[in-house]
Design a protein around this ligand. Structure first.
Ligand SMILES: Cc1cc2nc3c(=O)[nH]c(=O)nc-3n(C[C@H](O)[C@H](O)[C@H](O)COP(=O)(O)OP(=O)(O)OC[C@H]3O[C@@H](n4cnc5c(N)ncnc54)[C@H](O)[C@@H]3O)c2cc1C
Length: 578
């Protein structure tokens, strides 16, 4: 018999990163009873990894900047398949988000006159990224947690939500495993918000931590029949660490290049001259990632499959002030002083542009009473994400979605919990515990991640993706043995992760196969050109309650006129060294 607990709240937010917490604050400020659940501890969501900055067209350094130019940059970088309404909302509301964070106590780097300093990020026309050294994410999350505590917002950490509950097609709760105490929790709510983050851990080399970003939110939404958009669009960040083993994938922030970092191959060539002579190291992430990939593939990479990133021309005092986390990271793992030695780097899976389809004007998914915010959603970033835009997204859409839920709540009734469904979900968990034979789920998870990295990674083609799909289909049938403990059982958690990964992987591969072109982050060696015909969004529509899915395409909505005219404006000359 499993130990059980029941929780009830008007709104249940699954995810305690930037997006989840910002929405919770908005709800609480409007008198809503809200409960936030996270897989990790309170101050430990993936958001803390954010390093370089948060974008807003404040115009502090470059007065010519405007929200419209920010929007145009976002759409150009997204290769014209972004949801333009989402982009407009983000860029118009981002300055307000910065002010709010500053008022709450985020200690942004400031100029002598007290204005917030802004720096370049790749593919941005003007300096737009506001920062706190190179640890903006930690600072933002800490402040949000402080604000949530001040408001006495209910929080449950170390709980793995493994299923949503529904009544006649409307979501009304969730079931989770409190793995610290070894008990099942049944959550009853009028509205559920998915703020579960991205799915970069579907790939072997990822900038997230090993227990995060498995695509849980995608599977939870899939299971209740939500629609998905542009799942093939996945951002590979050009620069992650390549060694030691425990640090592989750990991000080397774009801010290093923003501060003037130079990329060279083992022949000492500054190779970005060949790939984007104008923007060089500050080109878009997809171009820089493929450039590094090509240099390595063609034999000009290091033995560990990387290239060199050099910031040694900057004084140590400058590096310690502007890139303190990077300095510590290389000292900690490798005893490398980046003010004197080069960094060895290679691309890593970094950001999920594709995800749950939401109507960004309401935050609603295609399933009743289910909302989604943050990296788990799609549309905002199109085919590629501008660095600094996702923290802005969590703040802006956290607030806006909170406001929309406040309005919606008046129309939503309490729906009874389906005891039969809860029993079924518990049985699923029970059967995992009972398995006497099977493979180690931790190993299986790694094997799937390897397949995705090799065949559906930085560079793709039909042959590789066919192979990946075949392997994923095979792995679905593999029996897993996780041991019979409910409490602190890493194998059980990995088994839940594996179960969550299949549909995300399958949607990514099938959408990537369908998109017969290269566009932004999606690069195919068998279709190298971008095709006007494919200026579309690819939509996955699950069959009733998660039994397979069909794929279709939708026309990208019209870009508002005020932004459209700026799409033709050429970017100003980027100042590599400020
Ligand atoms: C190394 C790195 C550097 C970055 N730098 C920047 C930057 O400089 N600027 C920028 O704008 N963006 C940056 N990003 C991206 C940005 O950090 C993320 O996109 C953003 O923080 C996502 O926030 P989120 O709230 O959507 O999700 P997350 O912060 O990922 O939060 C997800 C939450 O959901 C919970 N969760 C997930 N599954 C479950 C489950 N099954 N049950 C219960 N809870 C669950 C998690 O525990 C967590 O609390 C960076 C990302 C990385 C990895």
């Amino acid at each position: 018999m499993m130990k059980k607990e029941a929780q009830k709240s008007d709104v249940l937010i699954i995810g305690s990163g930037g997006a989840g917490l910002r929405a919770a604050i908005e709800l609480k400020d409007n008198g809503v009873d809200v409960l936030v659940v996270g897989k990790s501890k309170k101050r430990d969501a993936h958001t803390i990894l954010a390093t370089g900055g948060i974008n807003a067209a404040l115009g502090n350094m470059d007065p010519k900047d405007s929200w419209r130019l920010h929007a145009a940059d976002t759409i150009k970088d997204g290769a014209y398949i972004n949801d333009p309404i989402a982009v407009k909302l983000l860029c118009k509301n981002a300055p307000r988000a910065i002010k709010e964070l500053a008022d709450w106590g985020v200690k942004f780097h400031r100029e002598k006159d007290g204005s917030i300093t802004q720096r370049f990020f790749g593919a941005a026309t003007y300096r737009r990224a506001c920062f706190v050294g190179d640890h903006i994410g930690k600072e933002v999350l800490n402040i949000l947690v402080d604000q949530a505590k001040k408001r006495k917002i209910r929080f449950k950490g170390e709980v793995y939500i493994f299923s949503l509950l529904h009544h006649k097609g409307k979501v009304n709760g969730a079931v989770g495993l409190d793995f610290r105490h070894g008990r099942v929790i049944v959550f009853h709510a009028k509205i559920v918000v998915l703020a579960t983050g991205g799915h970069s851990r579907l790939f072997e080399r990822s900038s997230s931590r090993f227990w995060e970003n498995n695509g849980d939110g995608i599977q939870l939404a899939y299971d209740v029949g939500a629609n998905f958009m542009d799942m093939e669009m996945f951002q590979f960040h050009p620069t992650g660490m390549v060694w030691p083993s425990e640090a592989v994938g750990t991000l080397v922030t774009e801010a290093v290049r923003g501060e003037g970092g130079i990329l060279t191959n083992t022949k000492g060539e500054r190779f970005m001259k060949k790939y984007d002579p104008k923007r060089m190291e500050l080109s878009t992430r997809d171009i820089v990632s493929r450039a590094i990939y090509t240099e390595v593939e063609e034999g000009r990479g290091t033995k560990l499959g990387g290239v060199w990133l050099d910031i040694t021309h900057r004084p140590k005092s400058y590096i310690l002030k502007r890139l303190p986390k990077m300095y510590k990271q290389f000292m900690h793992y490798l005893n490398v002083d980046i003010s004197k030695q080069k960094m060895e780097v290679a691309p890593v899976a970094h950001y999920s542009m594709g995800g749950i389809f939401v109507d960004h004007t309401t935050g609603k998914t295609s399933v009743k009473n289910l909302f989604a915010i943050g990296e788990v959603t799609s549309g905002m970033h199109g085919g590629n994400r501008l660095g600094g835009n996702s923290l802005a997204e969590t703040m802006v859409f956290g607030r806006l979605t909170g406001q929309r839920i406040v309005k919606e709540l008046g129309r939503v009734r309490w729906l009874p919990l389906d005891e039969k469904l809860i029993k079924e979900k518990e049985e699923d968990l029970n059967s995992m515990l009972k398995a006497k034979k099977g493979k180690d789920p931790i190993k299986v998870k790694k094997e799937i991640q390897n397949i995705m990295w090799k065949d559906v990674g930085v560079v793709r083609n039909a042959r590789g993706m066919k192979k990946a799909l075949k392997a994923i289909t095979k792995y679905r049938k593999v029996k897993l043995k996780s041991g019979n403990r409910l409490k602190n059982n890493q194998k059980l958690i990995a088994a839940l992760d594996v179960k969550n990964m299949f549909n995300s992987c399958e949607m990514i591969v099938k959408c990537a196969r369908l998109r017969k072109e290269s566009r932004a982050a999606h690069y195919r060696t068998d279709y190298k050109k971008t095709s006007e015909r494919w200026k579309k969004n690819i939509i996955c529509i699950p069959n009733k309650y998660g039994k397979g899915f069909k794929i279709t395409t939708w026309k990208v909505p019209e870009v508002p006129k005020e932004i459209k005219k700026l799409l033709k404006v050429k970017a100003v000359k980027v100042h590599l060294l400020e």
